[in-house]
Design a protein around this ligand. Structure first.
Ligand code: PMP
Length: 400
């Protein structure tokens, strides 16, 4: 069974079998990913791209094969459309400070949505401070869905860029990004999609979406922490100025001037997270082997099972019940603080997250400081959901 592929799932915490429902914070890694990282350090350890010796050649091949695997995963036209980054946070900052910064003048607008993670809010606020541009927000409703009625006003001649989340890490909402992109493009507005929570769960096709940029977070999709890729359309990547300056991103340096390397090296200054990139490639291959449709189907079933199960608990309120949703449940229980719930059920071996999940504006909307969040992955089981419900009922009993 697939679950066997994930060694960290098979342990006891607090004397109970671990139930890991914190996948939206970071997922578990299959043995093939751990082996790929280990193998690089044990057998191929060398710096990439510059070496003429055998190990450097092998490490370079592995790193570039990983780029190709990721291109296959999200159906990018070429591996050269992908820039290795530390994760989605770095990817958004890169696009903000290169592609978007050059296009802004005071009074211009950047459009995001109410469902964004802080990493898709703060970089734009910094950019607005630097340029005099303004941040505009697509509103949400109490089901946790975006309200698209005002889109025609929100997308106007001042709008220079839109950056939207594909799947909400806090509520699980799957946004209609293809429709949003088409609407933005009709007004010549380029679009970045934050794919941190979509790539682990859905089949993503960047060419079908026609997005200008797409961000992938390695550690959410069963890869190493501190790894990720930014997809960009080739014309944009060619035209954009570099982000970081240093080694690797140049083809010639004199004290008078520097000629930059070609894409994607132009954006990859310094020695990268080589082991992380190789591990991320192994994660992409693992997902392709399991099958992206199979993953989505299994998670859809788990989502329905969990929703039914949570609804049996009196006094439990699920925040955000979008019609299109991935298996992420933010919930509150009457009279018990989320941190208390998290701490009590940890004693039953159940790992969930409590707090604002780096999405404070969502909780300002619901007028609560935070929630409990159970986020599932395809390797979770119905039995684990039953344990969650049992432990929540016990937490309730303690407080009644
Ligand atoms: N966007 C979303 C929706 C996320 O869930 C996260 C991580 N919690 C990020 C962005 C940031 O990603 P990373 O950790 O790769 O920087």
């Amino acid at each position: 069974m697939l679950r066997e592929a994930f060694p960290c799932l098979h342990q006891q915490v607090n004397g109970k079998d671990l139930v890991y429902f914190d996948n939206a914070a970071t997922a578990m890694r299959p043995q093939v990913v751990i082996d790929a990282v280990n193998d690089y350090y044990c057998r191929h350890n060398a710096n990439i791209h510059r070496g003429v010796h055998c190990l450097s050649g092998r490490a370079t091949d592995l790193y570039e094969q990983a780029r190709a695997s990721l291109a296959r995963l999200i159906h990018a036209p070429s591996p050269d459309n992908l820039i290795f980054v530390r994760g989605c946070t770095e990817a958004v900052n890169l696009v903000a400070q290169t592609f978007v910064r050059e296009r802004l003048k005071p009074g211009d607008e950047i459009l995001i949505s109410h469902l964004e993670h802080h990493s898709n809010i703060v970089p734009w606020q910094i950019l607005c401070q630097q340029t005099g541009a303004k941040l505009k927000v697509i509103p949400m409703n109490d089901r946790g869905e975006l309200v698209l009625d005002e889109l025609d006003t929100l997308m106007n001649e001042r709008t220079k860029f839109m950056s939207v989340i594909h799947v909400s890490n806090a509520l699980g909402t799957i946004n209609p990004v293809k429709e949003l992109i088409a609407k933005a493009h009709a007004k010549d507005i380029p679009v970045l999609v934050d794919g941190a929570q979509s790539t682990p769960h859905l089949k993503v096709d960047v060419q079908d979406l026609d997005c200008d940029f797409y961000t992938v977070s390695g550690h959410k999709m069963y890869g190493p922490t501190g790894s990720g890729v930014l997809y960009g359309k080739a014309t944009h990547l060619e035209a954009m100025p570099p982000y970081h300056g240093g080694g690797e991103m140049i083809s010639k340096v004199t004290f008078e001037e520097t000629v930059y390397n070609k894409v994607p090296a132009k954006f990859e200054a310094g020695t990268p997270n080589i082991a992380g990139g190789i591990g991320l490639g192994a994660a992409a291959e693992f997902m392709l082997d399991v099958g992206l449709e199979a993953i989505a189907q299994r998670e859809d079933h788990l989502k329905q099972y969990t929703e039914q199960a949570l609804k049996t608990i009196p006094g439990l309120r699920i925040l955000g019940e979008a019609s299109q949703k991935s298996p992420v449940f933010s919930f509150l229980i009457d009279g018990i603080h989320p941190h208390d719930i998290g701490t009590i059920i940890d004693h039953h071996g159940v790992a969930i997250r409590t707090g604002h999940h780096c999405t404070m504006p969502i909780f300002q909307f619901f007028d609560v400081p935070g929630s409990c969040r159970a986020s599932l992955a395809f390797y979770n089981t119905e039995h684990e959901v039953d344990i969650l419900v049992e432990s929540l009922n016990q937490a309730k009993a303690m407080f009644s």
